[in-house]
Design a protein. Structure first.
Length: 316
């Protein structure tokens, strides 16, 4: 048995990538909404970090769906998933959430960037009248669109954990804490990606957006650590195969090193230390923000793979 090939393996690394990208998209939207609502207001479209969120969210969710389709046994029949829904299927309901989420996501992006686009259209002597009217209508409904999208983004982040919980007979995956863990880690990855792409787009690494996101990111990392502790403590205290699954995941070997060195070390401890250091320092620099965000993204990606593979190693 190897770390990536063993008896009982049902889902492999493409599913981990899909879960990572879906959670990242949800997290980018979540922080984009918070930035717009609490800090930037009507001029949010001018922020490089809002632009980053508006770029990251659709690209990652579409890429994740593409990976999911390619990984299907019959990829050319993917359209059936979009047409026929089963209320008892976690994956079917997740696809429905994804479809509505994407619709509201593009509506939100249209509402956020409506002002400059409408101004551009009017500067072209009234061309594109249908586009202008559609954007003005989206702008009028922005509050409703934002509220619905916020709920859908949180639902999508939690769904990535519910999807793995649907694999019956694996005690590490059939854990009620898993959706919460994936939701929080997805929000963390969205924050990190928004910061990274924002500074790459020449956003101010010491600006209002970075300080606001870092202020939320610090308690979120602490919460994620607490959830991880609760996740494995519950398994160990449950005894039986649940305890075996926890010890197999956390023990020596490839996945043990991934967890302690990659997830806990690179993905949680170092970003927390950097964030705390930047909080008390005079200002934030591009390198500090970029490196911290990169570590956070790597940690969440490793967490998805760690849970996916170690969760399938021990069955009931």
């Amino acid at each position: 048995m190897s770390a990536f090939h063993f008896d009982g393996l049902v889902w492999h690394w493409p599913i981990a990538i899909y879960l990572f990208l879906a959670g990242l998209s949800a997290g980018a939207v979540f922080f984009g909404i918070l930035l717009k609502h609490f800090k930037l207001g009507k001029k949010a479209y001018q922020s490089r970090f809002i632009q980053a969120a508006a770029l990251i969210a659709p690209v990652t969710v579409c890429a994740g769906l593409g990976i999911l389709v390619i990984d299907l046994t019959k990829p050319f029949d993917f359209w059936k998933i979009l047409v026929f829904y089963n209320s008892t299927s976690v994956m079917s309901m997740g696809v429905l959430v994804l479809m509505v989420y994407q619709l509201m996501l593009f509506a939100w992006i249209g509402a956020i960037f409506s002002a400059p686009v409408v101004q551009w259209c009017e500067g072209r002597e009234g061309r594109w009248p249908l586009l202008t009217r559609a954007l003005i209508k989206l702008q009028q409904w922005e509050d409703v669109i934002t509220g619905v999208l916020l709920i859908l983004s949180l639902s999508l982040g939690a769904y990535t954990g519910f999807l793995l919980s649907a694999l019956i007979g694996f005690p590490l995956l059939n854990n009620p804490v898993l959706p919460v863990l994936f939701l929080v880690s997805g929000l963390t990855s969205g924050a990190a990606a928004t910061l990274l792409v924002g500074v790459l787009l020449k956003g101010n690494p010491n600006g209002t957006e970075v300080r606001f996101i870092h202020g939320i990111e610090i308690p979120m990392i602490l919460i994620e650590m607490a959830i991880l502790f609760t996740f494995f403590a519950g398994l160990i205290l449950s005894g039986g195969q649940s305890q075996v699954a926890a010890f197999n995941a956390l023990g020596e070997g490839f996945w043990g090193w991934i967890f302690w060195g990659g997830v806990v070390g690179l993905g949680l401890t170092l970003p927390l230390a950097f964030n705390l250091w930047m909080k008390v320092s005079a200002d934030r620099k591009f390198a500090y923000v970029a490196v911290t965000a990169s570590f956070s993204l790597l940690g969440v990606l490793l967490l998805r793979n760690f849970i996916l593979y170690t969760g399938q190693m021990t069955g009931t």
